[in-house]
Design a protein. Structure first.
Length: 197
């Protein structure tokens, strides 16, 4: 049994060629309008070598792209009038994907580490936690420090928050407060970001 796949092209014609349908499906997946998909009354056209060809109708621009044996690609749909370029769609898509990969490589992911303190923490334990926090901050990570209140400790939130103030002083040489201390339920937390040199 032979299966024949039918589908519609961008111009609305019925087509049974599976290769053509794959190409059409690929075009509609991307968010870039090309060729007959561009239906604006007026567009600003850029030639294949980057030269400005002026404002014209989408139909006229499409015919110019066909004459050059290339595609008409809408590169700036929000501009007034929208900007289109005459280029090879395959090469254009490849360049876009390459640029996105390069941008992702340059991005630095910042992790948010979390440290928990208690109101009755010993000074040595507090210094140990502060040293740990300094390591995180020196690596470029942000830090969320939580002070957890249990039972009757909630009645002395004001006096117990001094532990958090002392901790902030200990890491002040490598970190700055990004979000001020805030009470959320039974936790008082502060976000500390690494100092920029």
């Amino acid at each position: 049994m032979i299966k024949i796949w039918y589908g519609f092209t961008a111009s609305g014609l019925l087509c049974s060629d599976p290769f053509f349908l794959l190409i059409q499906e690929d075009k509609t997946i991307s968010e870039v309008a090309i060729n007959e998909q561009i239906r604006d009354k007026e567009i600003r056209l850029i030639g294949e070598h980057g030269e400005q060809l002026g404002i014209m109708s989408a139909k006229e621009a499409y015919f110019k792209a066909q004459d050059a044996g290339l595609d008409l690609i809408k590169i700036a749909p929000t501009a007034k009038p929208p900007v289109c370029k005459i280029a090879d769609y395959g090469k254009y898509k490849y360049e876009q994907l390459r640029r996105e990969k390069e941008a992702k490589k340059r991005q630095k992911e910042i992790e948010v580490k979390e440290l928990r303190l208690s109101p009755n923490i010993d000074d040595n334990d507090l210094n140990t936690k502060a040293n740990q926090a300094k390591k995180f901050l020196s690596k470029g990570d942000k830090l969320k420090v939580s002070l957890r209140f249990r039972g009757r400790e909630m009645a002395h939130v004001g006096s117990n928050s001094q532990v958090l103030d002392k901790f902030i002083e200990l890491v002040a040489d490598v970190g700055v407060i990004e979000k001020a201390p805030k009470l959320e339920g039974r936790n008082m937390s502060v976000t500390i970001a690494p100092k920029k040199n």
